[in-house]
Design a protein around this ligand. Structure first.
Ligand SMILES: [Zn+2]
Length: 136
């Protein structure tokens, strides 16, 4: 199972089958994952690592890359041979997603203004830029 497949499955249950979130959350397939987390998984396509075991998501071994300081071509070949979708996804996750450490994942950049957002507390994220605009 891949993270994306979990998101697709949730989308299917929610919109094709029309299950309510609480029904999905109570199902054998997804219990005891919280509703908010399930909703986030569907939206972001990312599953918090703490639930990987529960959902049968495979762990990928970190890539082994040999960087030669004297042979740039060799270094490039090593990187190219080792980088795969899961690595690219992990890099993208670091760049574009924010994880609050409590099972919630957010887009790092504000969809309104593109400014980087900050986690205020678990479950709450805000865009400093938009908050300032709203305050004035
Ligand atoms: Zn903003």
């Amino acid at each position: 199972m891949r993270e994306r497949q979990v998101a697709e499955r949730l989308k299917y249950l929610r919109y094709q089958e029309g299950w309510k979130w609480w029904v999905i959350a109570a199902s054998d397939e997804f219990s005891p994952i919280p509703i908010g987390t399930l909703s986030n998984i569907m939206t972001t396509g990312r599953v918090p690592k703490k639930w990987w075991g529960r959902l049968g998501i495979e762990h990928h071994a970190p890539p082994r890359i040999a960087i030669s300081k004297t042979d740039a071509d060799k270094a490039v070949r090593s990187i190219m041979g080792n980088i795969d979708d899961s690595v690219i996804q992990e890099i993208a996750e670091g760049l574009y997603l924010l994880d609050d450490g409590f099972g919630n994942v957010y887009e790092r950049y504000c969809p309104e203004c593109g400014h980087e957002r900050q986690i205020v507390r678990p479950g709450k994220i805000q865009c400093v830029s938009c908050e300032e605009i709203n305050a004035t």
